[in-house]
Design a protein around this ligand. Structure first.
Ligand code: AMP
Length: 225
C-alpha cells in the first residue's frame, strides 16, 4: 500500500503528476479541489457556500474541507493506496489527517512563482469532457476548441490574476509550514517541476524507489520500471 500527499504551489503540475502516479501504482487520486468543483457544478448546498470563496482563490473553511476528506476516506476504495492532491493546505488540516491516517511520503513539486503564474493564466479547460489544455505547451489543434469533443474551451473561474496571487500567497504562508513538519519526519521527496511532465514523473518514481529501498521494503520492484 502506498499513501502519498502531493504538494506544490498551484499550477506546479501536481494534478498531472498525481494522475500518472495513480495509473502506475493503481492508487486512488483524491483531489479536494475536484470534489469542491463537483459540488459547485452539481449545485449542492456546500457548492453554494464555497462558490465565491473558490472563485476568489481563497481557502475553503477547514470544517468543510475536513468533512469532505473524512467522507471521501471513509469510502475505503483505496486498497492499493491513495494520493492526496490539494490537501492538507494548512497545519490544522495536516493535524486532522494525521490523527486518523499515516502517510509514506510527501511529494513536493518545486516550481518558481513566476513560472506557475504564467502557466495558470494560460490554462484552459473543456467544460464538457474535462480535458486540460495550456496555450503555452499543449494547445488545441483549433484555437479555443476542445480536440476531443469540439466544445469551446474556458478558463477556470479561479484562474484570474487576483485569485492566482491569493493562492500563491496562501501556499507560502499557510501550506509551506506543513512541509517543515513532514521534513522533520523525513517524509519529503522534492522534484524540479520545471522539467517536462514525463521527466518529473520519472524523477518522482526514482526517488520514491530509493526511499522504499532505504526503508528496506520489498516493494521496490514496482518503481524499477
Ligand atoms: P485546487 O484544485 O487544488 O487548485 O483547489 C482549488 C480551490 O479549492 C482552492 O483554491 C481552494 O479554494 C479550494 N481548496 C482545495 N483544497 C483545499 C484545502 N485543502 N483547503 C482549503 N481550500 C481548498
Amino acid at each position: 500500500m502506498h499513501k502519498y500527499i502531493i504538494m506544490g504551489v498551484q499550477g506546479c503540475g501536481k494534478g498531472t503528476q498525481a494522475k500518472l502516479l495513480k495509473e502506475a501504482l493503481d492508487l486512488v487520486h483524491i483531489s479536494v479541489g475536484d470534489i469542491f468543483r463537483w459540488h459547485i457544478q452539481s449545485h449542492t448546498k456546500l457548492g453554494a457556500r464555497i462558490k465565491r470563496i473558490m472563485a476568489e482563490g481563497q481557502l475553503v473553511p477547514d470544517d468543510d474541507v475536513e468533512e469532505v476528506v473524512r467522507q471521501r476516506m471513509e469510502m475505503h476504495d483505496w486498497n492499493y493506496g491513495f494520493i492526496l492532491d490539494g490537501f492538507p493546505r494548512n497545519l490544522r488540516q495536516a493535524a486532522f489527517f494525521l490523527e486518523s491516517y499515516d502517510i509514506d511520503a510527501v511529494l513536493l513539486i518545486n516550481v518558481p512563482d513566476e513560472v506557475v503564474r504564467e502557466r495558470i493564466l494560460n490554462r484552459r479547460l473543456c467544460p464538457k469532457c474535462g480535458v486540460d489544455y495550456n496555450l503555452m505547451f499543449h494547445r488545441p489543434a483549433v484555437a479555443n476548441t476542445c480536440d476531443v469533443c469540439g466544445s469551446e474551451l474556458v478558463s477556470r473561474a479561479d484562474d484570474t490574476p487576483a485569485a492566482v496571487n491569493a493562492r500563491i500567497q496562501d501556499f507560502h504562508t499557510k501550506t509551506q509550514p506543513i512541509l517543515e513538519l513532514f521534513r522533520r519526519k523525513e517524509l519529503v521527496v522534492v522534484v524540479d517541476g520545471t522539467q517536462p511532465a514525463e521527466v518529473v514523473q520519472q524523477d518522482l518514481r526514482r526517488q520514491l524507489g530509493q526511499k522504499v529501498l532505504k526503508n528496506a521494503s520489498t516493494e521496490s520492484a514496482i518503481f524499477a520500471q
